[in-house]
Ligand binder design. Structure first.
Ligand code: ADP
Ligand code: MG
Length: 272
């Protein structure tokens, strides 16, 4: 549905700067006679331009929550709103980056990055400009004609990131995107995504199980508890976040705090 701008201006959630709102969300998976409900009543809002990390024990529903925001999983109660509109499927205002490479091995870097705009049938000039900008964001302008198989794992991940940004979504949703990378590559990708976020002003929601990564990247960390509920930890560290901050007591203090919260989140499940 296309709304005109005056309708948007009247929308309370847009006027207040909220980009993503999760209201009383419940998701239930049904397979045969089994049902699984990772969470049954969670609510939070994300400001436009915020960097949010989601952490929590394995199975707490981090991916489920992210995919609900993406419109890939339907809620069984409650709703997700983006820019004031209820999410009922995937949309051009969102892009998702998964842990596994999503690149097509038989397409060049350039064609992979331009895939969204190609499917959306953007005119060639506009498509080319989007590709150039996205390649430049991730530092792959010189690799446009390479095939993914000719790139390192870190570079393939950069292609994934460029593809997510190419079609110009306001919200970029990432599910443990750097989980499969070695420590050094991971750190350089973290610094790259912060720089991309700073220059583009996008809203990023980033699932990770790496607590230092969460503390390094986020404005706020959402800790999902197993069996329901969440806590939100604002990360009061200056920006830009630099490599040297990783070992400083302030960041390590947040890492420890998040670790304790995850352990408590696990305990809760054990007594249920
Ligand atoms: P996390 O990402 O935090 O590890 P998930 O969101 O992947 O958690 O999963 C939450 C719970 O929902 C788990 O118990 C998982 O087994 C279950 N689950 C996830 N996806 C499905 C699905 N498609 N069908 C049935 N159960 C699922
Ligand atoms: Mg997951």
């Amino acid at each position: 549905m296309v709304k005109d701008s005056s309708e948007y201006m009247n929308d309370e959630s847009v006027a207040s700067g909220h980009s993503v709102e999760v209201n009383n969300l419940r998701v239930t998976y049904v397979s045969g006679s089994n049902t699984v409900t990772p969470f049954s009543d969670i609510s939070f809002s994300v400001e436009k331009g915020e960097f949010i990390c989601i952490i929590g024990p394995s199975g707490a529903g981090k991916s489920t929550l992210l995919f609900s925001i993406a419109g890939l999983v339907d809620p069984s109660a409650g709703q997700v709103r983006i820019g004031g509109q209820v999410v009922d499927g995937p949309g051009g205002d969102r892009a998702v980056v998964f842990q596994d490479d999503a690149v097509f091995p038989w397409f060049t870097v350039e064609r992979n990055v331009g895939y969204g705009p190609e499917v959306a049938r953007w005119p060639k000039a506009r498509r080319q400009q989007a590709i150039e900008e996205a390649l430049s964001l991730v530092g792959l302008s010189d690799y446009r004609s390479f095939l993914p198989g000719q790139l390192s794992g870190g570079m393939r991940k950069r292609v994934d990131v460029a593809r997510a940004f190419a079609a110009g979504p306001q919200n970029v949703l990432m599910d443990e995107p750097f989980g499969g990378l070695d420590a050094q590559t991971k750190e350089s990708l973290q610094e790259a995504i912060l720089e991309i976020w700073r220059t583009t002003g996008k809203t990023i929601i980033f699932v990770t199980h790496d607590l230092e990564e969460a503390a390094f990247l986020a404005d706020r960390v959402i800790v999902l508890k197993k069996g329901g509920g969440l806590e939100i930890v604002p990360i009061d560290l200056p920006r830009p976040r630099t490599s040297s901050m990783r070992t400083e007591p302030a960041l390590q203090g947040y890492r420890r705090l998040l670790g304790e919260m995850i352990r408590k989140a696990e305990d809760r499940k054990n007594v249920q």
